[in-house]
Design a binder for this molecule. Structure first.
Ligand code: PEP
Length: 251
């Protein structure tokens, strides 16, 4: 399968509904749709509807939520459910982003429950995995990533195929440090190997790279055959720089 390249924007806690609408007005004027790529937006929950509303007729653009709770409803103040995200216009959900894991203490077990809830709700889980600097220095990168994937190891091959994985080394997120293309490529191969061991053809799993992706390095990353796209935080917050990244020509 040759999937389209994915350029995904994680806006984190930036761009409320008005700012998101303004961003989209500028971005949609600057960005030229191309058949070989998809653009995904993960706005804050309150801005999902604003982005979804102006991109409904764009088959190359998807909108997602940054987080959901695994329960369908209940006394979970501050949380949103999969159904609520879908109703707002989301068709994908980020799960286990490094800030969820390291700032909010989200566990592998919780990422597994969220992944199942998102799959049950018919949305696409984008499961984020990645090692800390200390783990990298101890040469534990692949072991950590495999442990994070083991949380979803009970899913069967046809279900696993519906996931997107984002490899985001924690030390590269928001720091200006990017993994080299070779480093990212090696970890992406190890991720495909994990899926391969569970009956998923390596090319049937989409693996994105995230961590200080900028207009200047996007091209070399997405030109690597192991890298199916990028997940971008800081450089996705300005429509000009995001249009530059999403317009990246590939060798
Ligand atoms: C992210 O938040 O997923 C991310 C990769 O951030 P940044 O691009 O700012 O490193």
């Amino acid at each position: 399968m040759t999937a389209r390249l994915v350029f995904a924007a994680n806006w984190k806690m930036h761009l409320g509904p008005d700012a998101a609408a303004q961003f989209m007005r500028v971005y949609l004027q600057r960005h030229r749709a191309a058949r070989e790529r998809e653009i995904w937006f993960f706005p804050p929950a309150v801005s999902i509807a604003a982005v979804a509303g102006v991109t409904r007729d764009r088959s190359d653009i998807r909108v997602g939520a940054q987080n959901v709770h695994w329960e369908a409803k209940g006394a979970f103040t501050g949380e949103i459910s999969v159904d609520m995200a879908r109703e707002a216009g989301a068709d994908a959900v980020l799960i286990g982003h490094s800030e969820r894991r390291h700032v909010f203490g989200e566990t592998d077990d919780e990422t597994a429950k969220k992944t199942s809830a998102v799959l049950d709700g018919g949305l696409i889980p984008v499961l984020c995995v990645g090692e800390t600097l200390a783990e990298r220095e101890r040469n534990e990168t692949v072991a950590v990533v495999h442990r994070q994937l083991n949380a979803i190891g009970r899913l069967d091959a046809s279900t696993l195929q519906r996931l997107v994985i984002a490899y985001e080394p924690v030390w590269a997120i928001g720091t200006g440090k990017t993994a080299t293309v070779d480093d990212a490529s090696r970890v992406h191969r190890a991720i495909r190997g994990w899926f391969g061991d569970r009956g998923v053809a390596p090319r049937d799993v989409r693996v994105l790279y995230g961590g200080s992706v900028k207009p200047a390095n996007a091209r070399s990353l997405v030109s690597d055959p192991e890298i199916d796209g990028v997940l971008v935080g800081g450089a996705s917050l300005e429509p000009e720089s995001w249009a530059e990244i999403t317009g990246t020509e590939v060798d």
